[in-house]
Design a protein around this ligand. Structure first.
Ligand SMILES: [Zn+2]
Ligand SMILES: [Zn+2]
Length: 261
């Protein structure tokens, strides 16, 4: 069936001891791609992600300094991040720089530091000629401003989109992609289903953001990449297209992000 989980956190403690098993189950049940997100603030995350990449040929990764920890950004964090992104052992599996951006919902770090670190991540993506995966919460306009000011010209994906339909229109107008998580299955997410309707198949991704955001009917429970099936089913239903057609489009979008294609 070619399911793609475009964004999950397999490095996290919740998956300790069961990573290989979950990954096997995914690929045995019709997955074509998995993308796990590494976090340079945690050396363990980079080490575990390196291990995860070895479990299957179709596991890819992204890495960047998350806005939540922007107050803690240091030359060492950047050095570890660059070392990971440039590692020749798995170069072809580094899909993008991400998740990077701004989170004004939690504001775990000051907006100033978040903006500064986001700009550094953009510079890294430029230098390494990689796409950018965006985390933006209640900060879509500022995120778009910074992308424009820094003249970032490689592919951009807004992951786990929860912004407004107006901002979604602007994102699409710029040719960026939008990735949709299990939030689309929640009862109260009518706004997001309306947004899904306007995203062309050529600009959409499916993700879990697991271990967070388990889709219905598992809301509140530990999420795993396997549940991207529920996300994809809901998106296909909302868009009125066969599931297979949606998955085919997501796979084609994935290939467009891969380096040198
Ligand atoms: Zn995120
Ligand atoms: Zn995430």
């Amino acid at each position: 069936m070619n399911f793609v989980d475009f964004h999950c956190h397999l490095d996290m403690e919740d998956f300790a001891g069961k990573r290989e098993e979950i990954i096997k189950e995914c690929f045995a049940s019709g997955f074509s791609k998995l993308v796990t997100v590494a976090d340079p603030y945690e050396k363990d995350s980079l080490r575990i992600t390196t291990e995860i990449l070895g479990y299957h040929k179709n596991i890819f990764c992204t890495a960047a300094a998350h806005p939540h920890n922007a107050d803690k950004y240091s030359p060492q964090v950047e050095k570890d991040l660059l070392q990971f992104l440039k590692n020749k052992d798995f170069e072809e599996k580094v899909l993008a720089v991400g998740e990077a951006g701004l989170d004004y919902h939690y504001n775990f770090s000051t907006p100033e530091n978040q903006q500064r670190v986001f700009k550094r991540q953009i510079a890294i993506a430029k230098e390494l000629r990689l796409p950018l995966i965006i985390h933006s919460r209640q900060a879509e306009k500022e995120t778009l401003n910074i992308l424009e000011k820094t003249k970032f010209s490689r592919p951009v994906v807004f992951h786990c989109y929860t912004g407004t339909i107006e901002d979604a229109r602007e994102i699409l107008k710029r040719g960026y992609y939008i990735s949709i998580s299990g939030i689309v299955t929640f009862k109260k997410s009518e706004f997001l289903r309306e947004i899904v309707e306007i995203i062309p198949l050529s600009k959409i991704f499916t993700e879990t953001d697991s271990p967070y955001l388990s889709p219905q009917p598992f809301r509140g429970r530990l999420n795993t990449p396997l549940r991207v099936k529920l996300v994809a089913e809901k998106i296909a239903e909302v868009k009125g297209v066969p599931l297979e057609k949606l998955n085919k489009a997501v796979n084609s979008n994935f290939r467009k992000l891969l380096k040198n294609t």
